[in-house]
Design a protein around this ligand. Structure first.
Ligand SMILES: Nc1nc2c(c(=O)[nH]1)N[C@H]1C(S)=C(S)[C@@H](COP(=O)(O)O)O[C@H]1N2
Ligand SMILES: [Mo]
Length: 407
């Protein structure tokens, strides 16, 4: 804030006008340190380049989700990608001095790489990867769960470019007792306490060693945007996106299941066995979320659309299933009484969401709902109602529904 004030004091009226894009007519009589509203620094559109239709759930920390129709692109653009933060986004760093240190009990000699070294020493790969927040759909649980009330929009599928975590681990040399990779990023704790870790999660070795698990430096062909982890991010597609650490400068190779902040208790963990809603679950009966469950979205048309009777209605969306592939997407126009198969595309690569589409004929004028239901390659389908209650409201993969009218 202070920085901005100084800036405005120093800036001439003319240059301020340039920023605003018009003459500031009474600018000469405005208070010296006044910030024109137009330059408001709390606008997600101006701050993060987000689509104006995105929903801000919280601004401290920033948590922003998409609406279903905003997620229509096969590859999610930055402007429509949800933002989930547990702490304060760091100041933009100088990438030329950024380093990543690999250490931990299961490393003989810790090693530090500069960003340039990572890029030049290892082969680069690009994958399209689904990142869904474990709490996506939380708003529907009853009794309600505390936390951001995500509806359906905390999911994205962008392309990520980077080096394989396994190649880097291979270069460092990992002991055979390695169990888990824990990440550390540079975001700041909400308490303001210096050095207090906001979140330090990660993945077990089996996930760490998959081809698609990346230490990424690009998203959709450009430097990763600041809000999404610039300059370096761990990407573990198909798992709760909390496993994909942003702004990472350290990976700790642990000989135990990583126990950093938000790895334990209710955080990103669910009862190992289903419990009645509202149950208090002891710690040792809680399990870490790994692969995300099968799920789908109707991204076109947007809910509330009308179609002329007799014309066919094009519907489409995406489906994904964590570590698995999607084997089938069906839709229903009669509240789930009957289901019809939709066309389903193959994923761009493993762990990318899949596009589906169908042409629907509505039989007469009136109100309809279109429900979509995906089934994974193990034969598990999405539930039509909210599934297993859990204390923090994770893993709601209930069918997405939209309303349409034939007129
Ligand atoms: N350093 C750091 N990494 C983080 C987080 C965070 O708060 N700090 N949030 C995690 C969670 S809970 C999610 S869902 C994803 C969100 O990624 P996005 O903001 O790029 O969509 O980042 C994960 N990585
Ligand atoms: Mo998340």
């Amino acid at each position: 804030m202070n920085k901005r004030r100084d800036f405005i004091k120093k800036a001439s009226l003319a240059s301020l006008s340039t920023l605003v894009g018009a003459e500031i007519v009474f600018g000469s009589v405005a208070p010296a340190d006044y910030t024109p509203l137009f330059l408001d620094q709390n606008d997600p559109f101006k701050l993060f380049g987000k689509d104006k239709d995105m929903t801000v759930l919280n601004d401290r920390p920033w948590n922003i989700e998409a609406k279903a129709h905003l997620l229509d692109d096969a590859i999610t653009p930055e402007s429509r990608m949800f933002i989930r933060n547990n702490g304060i986004i760091p100041e933009k760093p100088d990438a030329s001095s950024w380093t990543l240190t690999i250490d931990g009990e299961s490393v003989t000699t810790p090693k530090t790489y500069s960003l340039a070294e990572l890029k030049s020493k290892f082969r680069q790969y690009t994958y399209q990867l689904t990142l869904e927040c474990g709490g996506n759909g939380r708003s529907e649980f009853n009794p309600p769960a505390k936390g951001n009330q995500w509806t359906i929009g905390a999911v994205s599928c962008a392309t990520w470019t980077g080096v394989r975590l396994k190649d880097v681990l291979d270069d460092v040399g990992i002991k055979s007792d390695a169990v888990y990779v824990g990440y550390y990023g540079t975001d700041k704790h909400l308490s303001g306490e210096a050095g207090k870790v906001v979140i330090s999660r990660g993945v077990p070795m089996a996930k760490a060693l998959q081809d698609e698990t990346l230490i990424a430096f690009q998203m959709n062909g450009k430097d990763i945007p600041m809000a999404h982890g610039y300059p370096l991010r761990l990407i573990a597609g198909g798992w709760p996106a909390s496993a994909s650490g942003k702004w990472i400068n350290r990976l700790s190779i642990r000989n135990i299941v990583h126990d950093g902040p938000k790895m334990t208790g209710d955080a990103y963990r669910v009862p190992c066995e289903m419990v009645p809603p509202g149950t208090e679950v002891p710690d040792d009966k809680m399990c870490i979320i790994e692969s995300m469950p099968v799920k789908s979205l109707v991204t076109y048309p947007r809910s509330g659309a009308t179609v002329e009777l007799g014309k066919s209605l094009d519907i489409r969306g995406h489906a994904w299933a964590g570590e698995l592939a999607v084997s089938k997407v069906e839709y229903s126009i009669d509240f789930g009484a009957t289901w019809i198969s939709a066309n389903l595309k193959r994923p761009k690569n493993r762990l990318a969401w899949q596009q589906w589409n169908a042409q629907v004929q509505l039989p007469k004028k009136g109100y309809y709902e279109i429900w979509a239901k995906a089934t994974d390659s193990n034969g598990r389908a999405q539930p039509m109602v909210v599934p297993g209650w859990n204390p923090k409201g994770y893993l709601n993969n209930a069918c997405h529904r939209i309303a349409v009218k034939a007129v």
